[in-house]
Design a binder for this molecule. Structure first.
Ligand SMILES: [Fe+2]
Length: 285
């Protein structure tokens, strides 16, 4: 049974990296904005458990602001370390925007280096089961996606973009909870090489569009999936030098709380170049 499942997963994984209807990844990004990858490589139960751990962490940190401050201190120290440059971003740790009406979301940006930094420098934080269970859950889930990003870069003929002394793709792993008070303002581009939309409790809430020179609200729609438990790979802003332009996307309002998990492929030691992308339309009603 287990062997059969591994074979099915392998076939789904390999098939997803062959050109879809004769289209390369670059052509799919240009025409529809995303590449669908047949299997998300993790069981649904793993994401359910992750969201439960996240809720426990949120409850704990909201009730104990001094510990939330300590997690934030760890992040501030981490972004002054050498390892931060490997990710070329300042986004790490816990962001509670539940009280900011226009945002109404809570997120955590995980990376293995940030996790190891906490373990090495903040022994008091790794005593907190609410934090440790969540971090360990993140570490286990994000593990297979480096290979997906490397294959995607290879498919684009840009396999060297993730090369670094660390010999792994810098993955920033985001878990986000949108509250029912959340309302969309406008779409955005991700500041990543690729964003891999791994899982969501409501796929219908995410709209996207292929890149265009002029956008209207009507350009945005729910992506069509051929597989029920697939992942979607979209380009971010860090591939423009290769003439691959970012896919803008927006989360719409929903009656229910929505959880989502995204793996971001960053570019090691990347120095951001100025590039002006097309204006995005307002979704504010
Ligand atoms: Fe995004």
């Amino acid at each position: 049974m287990m062997i059969k499942k591994i074979v099915v997963l392998y076939i789904a994984f390999v098939c997803s990296f062959t050109p879809c209807r004769g289209l390369s990844f670059a052509e799919q990004f240009a025409q529809i904005g995303y590449v669908e990858i047949a299997d998300r490589l993790q069981e649904a139960e793993a994401f359910d458990a992750l969201y439960k751990h996240f809720d426990v962490l949120i409850t704990f940190l909201q009730a104990n602001p001094k510990w939330a401050q300590k997690v934030n201190n760890a992040k501030e120290r981490f972004i002054r370390s050498q390892d931060k440059n490997y990710y070329a971003t300042d986004f790490f740790g816990f962001y509670d925007e539940s009280k900011i009406r226009a945002r109404s979301q809570i997120s955590f940006y995980y990376s293995t280096h940030f996790h190891d930094f906490i373990k090495a420098r903040y022994p008091e934080l790794i005593q907190l089961s609410a934090l440790v269970n969540f971090l360990e859950s993140c570490r286990a889930i994000q593990q297979p996606y480096g290979e997906v990003f490397q294959k995607a870069a290879d498919e684009l003929g840009r396999g060297a973009m993730f090369s670094s002394a660390y010999e792994q793709v810098p993955i920033l792993f985001k878990v986000v909870k949108y509250l029912s008070t959340y309302t969309p303002i406008k779409p955005h581009y991700d500041g990543t090489a690729f964003s891999l939309l791994l899982d969501s409790t409501d796929n219908q809430s995410l709209l996207l569009s292929a890149y265009k020179s002029v956008f209207t609200v009507d350009d945005f729609s729910v992506p069509t999936r051929m597989f029920p438990h697939s992942m979607l790979l979209i380009p971010g802003t860090l591939l423009a030098e290769f003439s691959i332009y970012p896919t803008p996307h927006v989360v719409m309002q929903s009656d229910n709380v929505r959880y989502a998990t995204i793996a971001f492929a960053m570019r090691p030691y990347f120095i951001l170049q100025k590039y002006l992308f097309s204006e995005l339309p307002s979704f504010k009603t």
